[in-house]
Write a new protein. Structure first.
Length: 116
């Protein structure tokens, strides 16, 4: 299932219709100028779904979210070791910076501090 999407985009798997809860993350990706594609799944493990999303993304970066957790994964990392994990209760700036950092991983530039 490696890179089966043709459009260069970060693939985001939204589990249980959660995408609207993570709008700041999406804005952070958009701010960095990297496209994303949202695919909806009714259920699944968020870490595994993020890794599968990274494997299917031409940009090698995948995100998965449910109502409590958002995970950013990179294709070349072990499946059980995501790059970033964010909880929904974290503030909007941490969410925005997580989106920035997912896009910065694609660009190959330094990450922002999640709490800056």
């Amino acid at each position: 299932m490696d890179s089966n999407h043709t459009t260069p985009a970060i693939v985001i798997t939204a589990i249980d219709d959660c995408a609207s809860l993570w709008g700041e993350v999406l804005l952070g990706i958009e701010e960095e100028g990297i496209p994303f594609l949202i695919q909806h799944h009714p259920a699944g493990d968020v870490v595994d779904s993020a890794w599968q999303a990274a494997r299917s993304s031409p940009l090698l970066v995948g995100i998965a979210c449910n109502r409590r957790t958002l995970v950013v994964h990179y294709k070349n990392l072990p499946a059980s070791a995501p790059l970033f994990t964010l909880m929904h209760h974290q503030d909007s700036q941490a969410q925005r910076n997580t989106g920035n950092n997912a896009a910065r991983l694609v660009k190959g530039i330094p990450f922002r501090d999640l709490h800056a």
